[in-house]
Design a protein around this ligand. Structure first.
Ligand code: PMP
Length: 419
């Protein structure tokens, strides 16, 4: 029997549930950039599974590979045994992503989620350097497990677990305002022997803070952070869980800045089909793990390998990147037009590629916009410390018709939220 109301979730699921509160309906089917609920209502997806569905829902190319794999009874498990699916992924990732960019990384399978890749990077950084502190930035989001939480700049998420920024120092991430103060502060901190705070093992950052409110780090700032890391022998970890896999245009979000992180965290869309999957890229000389030192049951699921391998076909040429940049520009212009129509809302439009946002000064306004959008058939999420940003993150493969339709619903929703 099809469930058609939310009472089952309210009665049986933990109070911690969140997205089913923001989008209170029961979803049943999805294809590309569209979803349908059990009552047949259609929704345009400007959320993309929080960035996990860059290639759209039920992408037909990827789906057919999964069906073939299952039909032929290939191995389905996720222990880190050698399988045909894993071999194909490793080779394809090398050939399509790493080699053409002249990148040299070992690939680690740290577990199924974004938090797992972050944990593995933090642990390895501490092991390799023999140091404990990790520097992260204000408004950063790195995941909900205790280590990842300790470098997440969001007290609401940390408080319940009693996790202070214990082994982390939180630095202002305000390059968006072209303010270099954060770097001056960082240098001062590193130089201060008298503080009694040890030299950090690593600096972890997002090039565009997704959950933190679409805060974009400039290329120059990223280069300077890299230089600081090199000068002090600190490892640079880029958390590309949300901004990676093409979200900002190129496959890696840091390509434009030309920096070379020591470790890169990927999850969400690396699985291609919304399947749980994560990888940690490690510079070969830092791959100092002892065999089995960081293992577990779900270390790269074979179905996710199949999906991820096929998804990499999108990166064999430059076509998708160019299309993302073109569509990103279109979103940007549309948001700026909306902003210009409503000067009293004190908006700010920002983002890169198809990771765009519009912030509203008045408290609760962005939430009202997203609720109005949902009622009109558009799925959008808020982000930022005060949920002040409405985020535009459609699947990268969305067509112009879907983009235009979603943007016009957003425009109506801003108008509606004013009433
Ligand atoms: N890092 C970043 C930048 C993220 O955006 C997220 C998820 N929003 C995570 C880490 C954590 O990923 P997960 O929820 O899969 O654990």
């Amino acid at each position: 029997k099809t469930v058609t109301d939310m009472s089952v979730f309210e009665a049986l699921e933990s109070e911690v549930r969140s997205y089913c509160r923001s989008f209170p309906t029961i979803f049943d089917k999805a294809r590309g950039y569209k979803l349908w609920d059990t009552q047949g209502r259609e929704f345009i997806d400007f959320f993309a599974g929080a960035g996990a569905l860059n290639y759209g829902h039920n992408n037909s190319r990827i789906k057919s590979k999964l069906i073939d794999y299952l039909t032929d009874d290939h191995v389905v498990h996720s222990l880190d045994m050698a399988t045909v699916a894993k071999e194909s992924f490793l080779k394809r990732f090398q050939d399509v992503i790493l080699s053409p960019r002249g990148m040299d990384y070992k690939v680690m399978f740290p577990g199924p989620t974004g938090a797992n890749t972050v944990e593995s990077a933090l642990k390895l950084a501490r092991k390799v350097t023999g140091r404990q502190t990790v520097i992260s930035f204000t408004k950063a989001f790195h995941g909900m497990t205790l280590g990842a939480l300790a470098v997440t700049g969001n007290a609401f998420k940390r408080k319940g677990a009693g996790v202070p920024l214990h082994h982390a120092v939180s630095m202002p991430y305000d390059q968006y305002h072209e303010n270099v103060d954060s770097l001056t502060l960082l240098e001062r901190y590193l130089e201060d022997d008298g503080s009694g705070v040890d030299l950090p093992a690593a600096i972890i950052l997002e090039t565009v803070q997704g959950e933190g409110g679409i805060n974009v780090a400039g290329s120059e700032w990223l280069k300077q952070v890299e230089q600081i890391c090199r000068r002090w022998d600190i490892l640079l970890i880029v958390d590309d869980v949300q901004a990676g896999c093409g979200r900002t245009g190129p496959f890696f979000s840091f390509e434009e800045a030309g920096i070379q992180p020591d470790m890169v965290c990927l999850s969400k869309s690396i699985g291609g089909y919304g399947l749980p999957f994560a990888i940690t890229l490690i510079k070969p000389e830092l791959d100092q793990w002892a065999p089995g030192e960081h293992n577990g049951t779900f270390r790269g699921h074979n179905l996710a390998f199949v999906a991820a391998t096929e998804a990499l076909s999108y990166w064999e040429t430059d076509e998708l990147t160019q299309d993302i940049l073109r569509k990103g520009e279109k979103v940007r212009l549309a948001l700026e037009e909306m902003a210009a129509k409503h000067p009293e809302l004190q908006t700010d439009v920002r983002g890169r590629g198809l990771m765009q946002g519009i912030s509203f000064a008045s408290e609760g306004f962005a939430d009202r916009v997203c609720q109005a959008a949902f009622q009109r058939g558009l799925i959008m999420e808020t982000s930022g410390p005060d949920s002040e940003v409405a985020k535009v993150m459609p699947p990268l493969t969305i067509d112009d018709e879907g983009l235009d339709k979603g943007l016009s619903i957003l425009e109506e929703s801003i108008q509606a939220a004013k009433q």
